[in-house]
Design a protein around this ligand. Structure first.
Ligand SMILES: *Cc1c(COP(=O)(O)O)cnc(C)c1O
Length: 239
């Protein structure tokens, strides 16, 4: 097995360097370790090295993995659902996760709020925006983002934390820059417009293994990184 703790040390240095190059404090970007398809033991190894936030895309996989990883780690971890959110997923996400990044419709947000167990704190959420234009199918239209944010911010069991995007996979990281810049611009407009709580609306979830440096230059506060941390994903392996 690759040494994920070594990858984490190196990645933390690279994140800090990217912040410095962008003229930002070295601790201004949070790392979300994207652990989809990865074994509980690898998650526990990262947890032992101080990583606390993990991202999963598949509800079925996450179900058993969350319990297994926390048992191995011996501590609760913070779980972010970053996969597409359809109606049939909301109950499971509301029950098991701490964050959901892919809110693109009010109906889904309303279900998450209604299904969030009373005993748990509000679910932290980001509104996903389609900043890549027509080629991408996920995320709300940029022109609808402000209204969706205002409606989501009013739901009792959700806490609106910011915006998220997944730019189209392009052949070089620099090609994602306009999408990241657009998301940041929207983020600042929505913060300034007053319909969201600016003390909570503090998250720009953008940047993955191939383009996190560009995302940090454009203002990302949370990067979602899988393969640069765990190595390549192997799909279809036994869970
Ligand atoms: C898989 C995934 C990531 C991580 O991708 P890598 O290229 O492996 O870093 C980040 N965000 C989302 C939404 C994903 O589905």
């Amino acid at each position: 097995m690759i040494n994920v703790a070594d990858h984490l040390t190196k990645l933390r240095q690279q994140l800090a360097q990217a912040c410095t190059r962008a003229g930002r404090p070295a601790d201004s970007v949070r790392l979300l370790a994207v652990s989809k398809t990865q074994a509980p033991a690898a998650i526990a190894a990262l947890a032992a090295a101080g990583q606390t936030a993990f991202g999963e895309n598949y509800l079925q996989e996450a179900d058993s993995k969350i319990a297994a990883a926390e048992a191995l780690a011996g501590t609760p971890l913070e779980w972010h659902f970053i996969g597409p959110l359809q109606s049939n997923k909301t109950a499971g996400v509301a029950r098991r996760f701490d964050w959901a990044h892919g809110i693109e419709r009010l109906k889904i947000a309303q279900r998450l709020s209604a299904q969030r167990p009373d005993a748990r704190p509000p679910l932290e959420v980001c509104v996903q925006v389609n900043v890549s234009g027509e080629i991408s199918k996920s995320g709300c239209a940029p022109a609808q983002a402000a209204a969706l944010c205002a409606a989501v911010a009013a739901l009792p069991k959700l806490r609106l934390r910011g915006l998220m995007c997944i730019p189209e996979a392009l052949d070089n990281a620099a090609a994602a820059r306009p999408a990241f810049a657009r998301l940041r611009q929207l983020f600042e407009q929505i913060r300034a417009a007053g319909a969201v709580d600016p003390t909570q609306f503090d998250t720009l979830s953008m940047g993955m293994s191939g383009d996190y440096e560009v995302a940090i230059e454009e203002g990302a506060t949370l990067v979602r990184i899988g393969s640069a941390l765990f190595g390549p994903r192997v799909y279809g392996s036994p869970k």
